[in-house]
Design a binder for this molecule. Sequence first.
Ligand SMILES: *[C@@H]1O[C@H](CO)[C@@H](O)[C@H](O)[C@H]1NC(C)=O
Ligand SMILES: *[C@@H]1O[C@H](CO)[C@@H](O)[C@H](O)[C@H]1NC(C)=O
Ligand SMILES: *[C@@H]1O[C@H](CO)[C@@H](O)[C@H](O)[C@H]1NC(C)=O
Ligand SMILES: *[C@@H]1O[C@H](CO)[C@@H](O)[C@H](O)[C@H]1NC(C)=O
Length: 202
Amino acid sequence: MASQALVSFLFALALVIATVRCNSEVDVLSAWKATLVDPNNVLQSWDPTLLNPCTWFHITCNSENSVTRVDLGSAGLSGSLSPLLGNLTNLQYLEVYDNNITGTIPAEIGYLTSLVSLDLYNNQLSGPIPATLGNLKYLRFMRLNNNYLSGILPEQVIGLVSFGNLMILNVANNSLAGTVPSTNSTGYAVTTIIQDPRAQNA
Ligand SMILES: *[C@@H]1O[C@H](CO)[C@@H](O)[C@H](O)[C@H]1NC(C)=O
Ligand SMILES: *[C@@H]1O[C@H](CO)[C@@H](O)[C@H](O)[C@H]1NC(C)=O
Ligand SMILES: *[C@@H]1O[C@H](CO)[C@@H](O)[C@H](O)[C@H]1NC(C)=O
Ligand SMILES: *[C@@H]1O[C@H](CO)[C@@H](O)[C@H](O)[C@H]1NC(C)=O
C-alpha cells in the first residue's frame, strides 16, 4: 500500500538523518585521533565504524548520545588540538591536561558554549590564548598553566570572571605579557586568577 511505503520511506529517512547527526561526532574524534601519537593505546576503543562515540573509553555522552566529556588527562598523548573539537556542540568538559600536546589552542574551542571546564595545563601549547574563549559563559575552570602560551590574556577572557561564571583561571608558568587585574571575587563566587611568570631556574 502506498501509505505503508511512505511510512517505511519516512522511517528510513529519519534513520539516515539520525545516523548522519551521530556520525559527525565520531568523525570529529576519529579525525583528531588520527593526528595524535598514542604510545599507551588509550584511544584503542575509538572505533570509527560505530554510530556514536558513547561506548568509547574516555568519552561521556548525554541521553541524546552527544558528547559531554572528553577525559584524556595524563594519557601520554602527543600531537595537537584539532579545530574540529569546536564541532562537539554539547561538550562540557575538555580534559587534556598533563600530556605532550604541542601547537596552538584552536579559536574554534570558543564555539563550545556549554563548556564548564577547560583543562589544558601541563602540556607544550604555544601561541596566543584565543579571544573567542570569552564566549564561554558557562566556563567555571580554565587551567592553561605550565605551557608556552604567549601574548596577553584577552580582555574577553578576563571578562568571564566579572560577567561569566569563571571561578578558577590559572595561566601561571607561560610566556604571557602584561598584567592581569588581581580581582578574585565576583561577589557570588571566589575567583582566583593565577598569572605567575615562568618559573626561573635558580
Ligand atoms: C564541523 O563544523 C563545520 C562548521 O559548522 C562544518 O562545516 C564541518 O563539516 C564540520 N565537520 C565535521 C567533521 O563534522
Ligand atoms: C612526554 O614525552 C616524553 C618523551 O616521550 C615522556 O618521557 C614524558 O613522560 C611525556 N610526558 C607526558 C606528560 O606525557
Ligand atoms: C612550566 O611549564 C613547563 C612546560 O609545561 C614545564 O616543563 C615546567 O615543569 C613548568 N614549571 C613549573 C615550575 O611548574
Ligand atoms: C582575594 O584577594 C585578597 C586581597 O588580595 C586576599 O586577601 C584573599 O586571600 C584572596 N582570596 C582568595 C581566595 O584568593
